[in-house]
Design a protein around this ligand. Sequence first.
Ligand SMILES: [Zn+2]
Length: 121
Amino acid sequence: MHEMSLMADILYIVEADAIDRGFVKINRISVIVGELSNVLPDALELAFSFFQKLEDNLISEKTELKIIREVAKARCKECGKEFTPDYRIALCPHCNQINTEIISGESFQVESYEGSERFED
Ligand SMILES: [Zn+2]
């Protein structure tokens, strides 16, 4: 499950930034997951729940993981029409050309996070 190492990377980066800003806990992390990104949201949540139980970091059971799904979208360079591709390489359903490009759905990134400087809220 590569989501485990992806989540470890996300938390490493977010926590380092949070510590720089003087935060003592992280309340929410928002992550954008594209439908074509090869990242499974369920597995990502499972990985997150594992890290929530560790006590040597800034996230806890109260930290929320918000997953923002990015829909898959492609554009045909021949006819210019947009369509929903099933894979990264897709045939245009309008003119059957392979000269298409993915314009949405490949993202996997942290959109934002929220932390606080106090333990109590
Ligand atoms: Zn086309």
